[in-house]
Design a protein around this ligand. Structure first.
Ligand code: MLT
Ligand code: ZN
Length: 464
């Protein structure tokens, strides 16, 4: 099915990113049904001067990497119709599925096979396998299972000249030269269009313990994390954190999603810590954790959640992004740092911003066990505004966003971090990526891009 530019209103859904920050105007949105149709389309574009392609999965990315420009010379290739699960191999513990399968579909199919699909995050209903590989997504289970890249064993990719590369191996070990799949994972659709993937599967964790913990500050949260890793011999399923502002945001927009035992008036850092229950059953001494939990210096409050309470704390955690979107524009960040350097980084940048932007606040939450902070800046977080918060913030950010992003990223570099941990560069961070990457790195990336896509037809306006 091909939709023409005159029906633009119908294709709006594909032309705007999830946060409604980037608005594109594609020439058309194309819905190939299989890898051969993807290949035909790319071959055609390759032979037509002036056109390029933006591959798109569930369109849930937060960096604008799947949004076209507004010049009408880009075609969106939506992978939605490539949604077959081609194979589940119980003994090999692998799956081969097409790029358009959503995360929730995969989780359900795999559950029926008594296995577990390792990736999970809040946009699971729409995010698709191709998109999560193209952006090397992380999410809520990285501590145990790693990122999309760690869980992927092979890929099927349509190259910019239309050739199909079938690299759908399901091997744990394969040392036969360059790991080509790793070139495409995280390349955000600039080197090829991922049409299918083989993924590792795991045994489900039948029973888990979820703890909700309050710790006095970020440094103590990190100490708590370190001690728990040590005591459990790294047997942790998740270690997530939320600072007070993040919980305040959810309280403001979805008050019913904040469990009564979480409501907070002081500046605790709230954490969700999860373990497999087998850890305790095997006598591996989860009781030694009580020593950690009883240490008031690093743990002010801890609650072992019932199943229902566990679901409630995860619902709160997953609601932060939705509450942020309702609250209005922010400078969204997705940084990673060496875990030990997080407290100093936060102190350094907060001191600077308190002087420069006294009405603003950071909304800090994320995956502390991965060193990954969603460190979003809201310029008028607690200020009552006359014109309306969303409009006034948008006006403010129109002039200041680049400067703010630059200041934060300079500090990220100073503390040896990365400007994106799991959301990717896309359109949002392109200029910062170019500003901050070394010439050597940029040159290597450009050479790789040029050798695979000399006509620059695949997602040419993102990354660098
Ligand atoms: C999350 O961890 O909730 C997501 O990465 C989304 C976000 O950063 O807004
Ligand atoms: Zn995240």
């Amino acid at each position: 099915m091909v939709t023409g530019v005159n029906e633009f209103s119908e294709i709006e859904h594909f032309s705007i990113d999830w946060r409604k920050k980037f608005y594109g105007k594609p020439l058309a949105v194309l819905f190939p049904k299989d890898v051969n149709e993807v290949s035909c389309l790319i071959t055609l574009v390759n032979r037509t001067a002036g056109l390029s392609i933006v591959p798109q999965g569930g369109n849930t990315g937060l960096a604008g990497g799947a949004t076209p420009n507004n010049e009408g010379n880009q075609l969106i290739i939506s992978l939605k119709r490539l949604n077959l699960v081609r194979a589940v191999d119980f003994f090999n513990r692998t799956l081969i599925a097409e790029a358009g399968c959503t995360l929730i579909e995969l989780q359900k199919v795999i559950e029926k096979s008594k296995l577990y699909f390792p990736l999970d995050f809040s946009s699971r209903n729409s995010a698709s396998l191709g998109g999560l590989l193209a952006t090397n997504a992380g999410g809520l289970s990285v501590l145990k299972y790693g990122t999309a890249k760690d869980c992927c064993l092979g890929l099927e990719v349509v190259l910019p000249n239309g050739e199909i590369w079938n690299g759908l191996k399901t091997l744990r070990k394969d040392n036969s030269g360059y790991s080509l799949k790793d070139l495409f994972i995280g390349s955000e659709g600039t080197l090829g269009v991922i049409t299918a993937a083989s993924m590792r599967l795991f045994s489900p964790v039948e029973e888990k313990y979820t703890y909700f913990v309050k710790t006095p500050n970020l440094a103590s949260a990190i100490e708590l994390f370190g001690q728990i890793c040590h005591k459990t011999q790294d047997n942790i399923l998740a270690f997530e954190f939320m600072e007070k502002n993040a919980i305040d945001l959810v309280t403001r927009h979805f008050p019913e999603r904040v469990p009564h035992f979480i409501k907070q008036d002081t500046n605790y850092v709230s954490c969700i810590v999860e373990f497999p229950a087998t850890y305790q059953k095997e006598g591996c001494n989860i009781n030694s954790l009580s020593e950690v939990f009883l240490n008031k210096r690093i743990c002010s409050y801890q609650k072992k959640c019932s199943e229902k309470e566990g679901k409630e704390v995860w619902c709160l955690r997953e609601s932060i992004t939705f509450a942020s979107a309702k609250d209005g524009p922010q400078v969204k960040n997705d940084i990673s740092l060496p875990i030990s350097k997080i407290p100093d980084f936060v102190k350094h940048i907060t001191r600077k911003f308190n002087q420069l932007y006294p009405d603003g606040s950071f909304i800090n939450f994320g995956h502390i066990g991965d060193g990954n902070l969603h460190f979003n800046f809201a310029p008028f977080f607690n200020k009552v505004l006359t014109k309306g918060k969303a409009a006034e913030t948008a006006d403010f950010l129109q002039n200041k966003e680049e400067t703010i992003r630059g200041l934060i990223n300079d500090a990220v570099v100073l503390y040896d971090g990365s400007i994106t941990a799991e959301h990717g560069i896309g359109r949002l961070r392109k200029s910062e990526n170019v500003r901050l990457k070394s010439d050597v790195e940029l040159e290597m990336m450009r050479k790789i891009k040029h050798s695979l896509d000399p006509k620059n037809i695949l997602n040419p306006e993102i990354l660098f």
